[in-house]
Every structure is written in structure tokens, then in C-alpha cells.
Design a protein around this ligand. Structure first.
Ligand SMILES: Nc1ncnc2c1ncn2[C@@H]1O[C@H](COP(=O)(O)OP(=O)(O)O)[C@@H](O)[C@H]1O
Ligand SMILES: [Mg+2]
Length: 354
């Protein structure tokens, strides 16, 4: 069974139009990301990582080129459609966790489902299972303030899984963690990869890139190197090669030094032997699992939140929907400004004006 592509990017460009100045942030990017793969995106400051992440996460649209996510062409979608895709198909993990402080672990995990109008009473067991999966079964009632950074990031990982996304998209997921905690989070990501999840991680962190099976290096808005085999270190949970084609799989990894194990073209990727089983998309959460007990009493069932308390992505998603009729473009601009603020002191367009 052929592995399906989760992402297909073709001749993708992004030019920020600042009126007097045009900033070409992506200048023609091509790649395919197959289901079940673990890809790190790296590159120096200003190389276009955030821009690419925003586009892959359906937070922004490319200027030109194609972006197929799953089986949908998202490059030309309007804000409402992009919001829908984000909420339903992408699980986000952020550097700063972005948990809702007033909600406990289970309620935080439920947030993406909340945005889809799904009642926590119906999805309580699903959320508890996810908490258990990331090792927080004994912390269900804790609020973010009562958790360590690593535990908060575990909640964020569980939240990212809540809506059974097509892929997990992480932005510097280990950036705020000490090295021991970082290992724990990376172990969880490895585990998810081992289960057949598709992971795309934007990172400065070599430790992340070492776990990934592929590293795409950006430079000046172009792919500089596209390396299979991560940074050359073995993964913790290598996937078994298919019995009939094991040598080919080995060839890719061992014949050449890593710097020339490039994967420059789509054709080459398509020749690649299947290394892992294609995984059928799991059913929507709750679709085949009904809670068999009465819902627990002490849960918030209708969440009233201040906008400022909400994690940015779902809020943007909501904002887009709310503001869409008033202003088609403004929500994206608001979001990008917020993102600039969150960025780690890297050059922003504001620095460039005049
Ligand atoms: N919202 C924006 N408006 C204008 N220019 C931008 C914007 N965001 C990024 N840029 C510019 O695009 C280029 C790539 O930036 P970015 O994607 O943030 O790179 P990275 O995340 O790798 O540091 C840089 O030259 C940056 O100044
Ligand atoms: Mg950036």
C-alpha cells in the first residue's frame, strides 16, 4: 500500500508586501511530506522558518505556489476554510505551551474539541486517555501553574492530539525546557512517530533534529539541504523496513555521507522504498467510543474565557470566524503582529522599514 502524502508543497513563495518594500521570505520551495514521517525544519534566523510554519499551519497563505494538505488544496482557501482546516487537521505544539491557566489538565486537552463545539462530558474519557498517554493520569485536576514546564508541554502534546489531527506541527517545542525535560518531550514525540503520526517540527535545536528522520534546512527562503536520516544518529524507534526491499532502504542511509543524502526532487522521494505502513486515519475522537460511565460532575461544561487567556491559535481561529465578515485580511495581520512579538528577537519587518 502506497504511503500517502500529508503535505505537498510546490513552487511555494511568500513575499511580504510592505508597500515600499517587498520582502521575499520564501522563494520557491518544493517538498513532499509523507504520512508517518518525522521532519525537522531548521535554518538560520531570517531564513523563512516562521513563514513556512505559518503557511504549513494554515495561518497564512502563500503568495504563489501550491500547498496540498491531505487531499485539500489549501493555498487559495479563504479565512473561514483555513480556520476549519486548522481546527480539524492540525495539532499545534508551541514553545511556551499556551495552556489556559484557568483550566485543568483535562479541560486544556479538550480545548480543540471545544472549538469544534464538542461537549467535554462526551469527550471526557478521550481527554483522560490522552492525559494518561503523556504520563499525567495523576494530574488531571491540576492547573498549569501547578505543573512543571515539562508537564505543561505534555499537556500541550495531549491537546494537540485531541482532534486526531492529520499532522502535528511544533514550533520550537523544547525551547523552554531544560535538557532532562527536553529528553522526555522528545521521547514522547518519538513515541508518537512510532505510532505512525506525522510530525513537522521547526527548531533551532540539534537534539530535535537528531531524532527526526529528515531535516530540511532553509537558507534565504530556499531549501539549502534536505537530509534523510536526521543528523545521522540512529532513531530510538527505527521503523522496520519492508522485507522485500530492505537493501534499498539501507542504501539511502549508508552509502553516502549525510551531507549528500539529499532528497532534492519529488521524483526521488516517490522512488523511496516504503519504510512504514500507511496508517489509516483514526476515527474522529469519540466517534467509536462512547463514555460508558456517567460523566464526572466537576467539569466545566461551558467555558467562558477572556480572549487574553486563550491560546493564540484557536483564538485566531475563532477571531477569523468572528471578524471575517467585517474584514477579510485584518485577522491575519493581527496574528502576524502577535507572532512577531513572540519571536525571539529576530529581525522583523519593523526593523526593515525605511
Ligand atoms: N510579517 C512580516 N512582514 C514582512 N516581512 C516579514 C514578516 N515576517 C517575516 N518577514 C521577513 O521574512 C524573512 C523570513 O522571516 P522568518 O520567516 O521570520 O524567518 P525565520 O523564522 O527563519 O527567522 C525575513 O527577512 C523577515 O524579516
Ligand atoms: Mg522565526
Amino acid at each position: 500500500m502506497a504511503t500517502r502524502n500529508i503535505i505537498e508543497i510546490k513552487d511555494l513563495t511568500k513575499v511580504y508586501d510592505l508597500g515600499a518594500i517587498q520582502v521575499p521570505a520564501l522563494r520557491g520551495i518544493n517538498f513532499v511530506i509523507e504520512e508517518g514521517t518525522y521532519t525537522a525544519i531548521m535554518g538560520p534566523s531570517g531564513s523563512g522558518k516562521s513563514t513556512l510554519l505559518n503557511i504549513l499551519g494554515c495561518l497564512d497563505r502563500p503568495t504563489e505556489g501550491a500547498y496540498i494538505l491531505g487531499d485539500e488544496d489549501v493555498a487559495h482557501m479563504n479565512d473561514r476554510e483555513l480556520s476549519r482546516i486548522r481546527g480539524a487537521r492540525i495539532g499545534f505544539i508551541f514553545q511556551s505551551y499556551n495552556l489556559v491557566q484557568q483550566l485543568n489538565v483535562v479541560e486544556n486537552i479538550h480545548v480543540p474539541l471545544f472549538y469544534q463545539g464538542k461537549d467535554i462530558r462526551e469527550y471526557y474519557d478521550h481527554c483522560v486517555k490522552l492525559a494518561d498517554k503523556v504520563g499525567l493520569a495523576d494530574r488531571l485536576d491540576h492547573r498549569p501553574m501547578q505543573l512543571s514546564g515539562g508537564q505543561q508541554q505534555r499537556v500541550a502534546v495531549a491537546r494537540a492530539l485531541a482532534n486526531e489531527p492529520l499532522m502535528l506541527l511544533a514550533d520550537e517545542p523544547t525551547g523552554n525546557l531544560d535538557s532532562t525535560t527536553e529528553e522526555e518531550i522528545l521521547d514522547i514525540l518519538d513515541e508518537l512517530h512510532g505510532e505512525g503520526r506525522t510530525l513537522v517540527v521547526v527548531t533551532h535545536d540539534d537534539a530535535v533534529a537528531e531524532r527526526a528522520e529528515r531535516v530540511i534546512h532553509l537558507k534565504d527562503g530556499l531549501i539549502d539541504r534536505d537530509i534523510l536520516g536526521g543528523n545521522g544518529k540512529p532513531k530510538k524507534q527505527p521503523k522496520p523496513a519492508k522485507p522485500e526491499e530492505p537493501e534499498k532502504a539501507e542504501d539511502l542511509r549508508e552509502d553516502a555521507p549525510e551531507e549528500i543524502k539529499e532528497e532534492p526532487s519529488r521524483e526521488k522521494q516517490e522512488e523511496k522504498p516504503e519504510e512504514k505502513k500507511a496508517v489509516d486515519l483514526p476515527p474522529l475522537p469519540g466517534e467509536d467510543e462512547k463514555p460508558d460511565e456517567e460523566p464526572r460532575p466537576a467539569i466545566i461544561t461551558s467555558i467562558k474565557l477572556d480572549e487574553a487567556d486563550l491560546p493564540p491559535l484557536p483564538v485566531d481561529l475563532d477571531k477569523n470566524q468572528l471578524q471575517e465578515d467585517e474584514d477579510k485580511d485584518e485577522p491575519f495581520r493581527i496574528k502576524l503582529k502577535l507572532k512577531d512579538k513572540l519571536d525571539d528577537g529576530e529581525e522583523t519587518p519593523k526593523d526593515k522599514e525605511d
